[in-house]
Ligand binder design. Structure first.
Ligand SMILES: CC(C)(COP(=O)(O)OP(=O)(O)OC[C@H]1O[C@@H](n2cnc3c(N)ncnc32)[C@H](O)[C@@H]1OP(=O)(O)O)[C@@H](O)C(=O)NCCC(=O)NCCS
Length: 130
C-alpha cells in the first residue's frame, strides 16, 4: 500500500481534491497531515491550487471546507501550518480562514535543497467539546 493511503487508513492524514463546476480537472488539493490524537487533537493543514486557476478564491473556499471537516467531523481542537514569508497569497488565505501568527521559524523546511524560514500559524476550534 502506498505510504499516503496507509497513513489515511490509520487516521494519520486525510486528503481532499476540489473541482470547479466547469471542468473535470482537479482545481485544488487540500490535506490534513500528521493528525495527532491524545493530548494534541491537532493536525497540519496543506493546500495548493492549479496554477491556471489562481486568484479566484479556490484555496480559501476549499481550505475553509476542510477546516470545517477537521473541526466538525474529525473533532480536532487545533490546526497548524506554516508559510514562507514571501508567500503573501498563502498568508492572506490563512488570515481569511482565521489563522493567527504564532511564531517565526528559522530554517524550518528544506525545499529543493535549501533551508527556508517559515511563519508559523494556528487556528483553535473554539467550539471543541470532549
Ligand atoms: C497560495 C495559494 C494556495 C493561493 O491560492 P488561490 O486560490 O490563488 O488563493 P485565493 O484566491 O483563495 O486567495 C488569495 C488571496 O491572496 C491575495 N494575494 C495574491 N497574491 C498576493 C500578493 N502577492 N500579495 C498579497 N496578497 C496576495 C489575493 O488577493 C487573495 O486575497 P483577497 O481574497 O483578499 O483578494 C496558491 O498560490 C498556491 O497553490 N501556491 C503554491 C502552493 C502553496 O504555496 N501552498 C501553500 C503552502 S503554505
Amino acid at each position: 500500500m502506498a505510504k499516503n493511503a496507509e497513513e489515511a487508513e490509520r487516521g494519520l492524514c486525510a486528503r481532499f481534491v476540489a473541482f470547479d463546476e466547469s471542468s473535470p480537472e482537479i482545481a485544488a488539493c487540500i490535506n490534513l497531515w500528521n493528525i495527532r490524537r491524545g493530548v494534541n487533537q491537532a493536525a497540519i493543514l496543506g493546500y495548493s491550487v492549479d496554477s491556471s486557476r489562481l486568484g479566484r478564491g479556490y484555496a480559501t473556499e476549499a481550505a475553509r471546507a476542510v477546516v470545517r471537516y477537521a473541526f466538525d467531523e474529525l473533532r480536532l481542537h487545533r490546526l497548524e501550518t506554516s508559510y514562507h514569508p514571501e508567500n503573501a497569497a498563502s498568508g492572506r488565505v490563512l488570515r481569511k480562514l482565521g489563522f493567527s501568527v504564532e511564531g517565526y521559524a528559522r530554517d524550518y523546511l528544506r525545499i529543493a535543497g535549501e533551508w527556508r524560514d517559515a511563519i508559523l500559524v494556528g487556528l483553535i476550534n473554539g467550539a471543541w467539546t470532549e
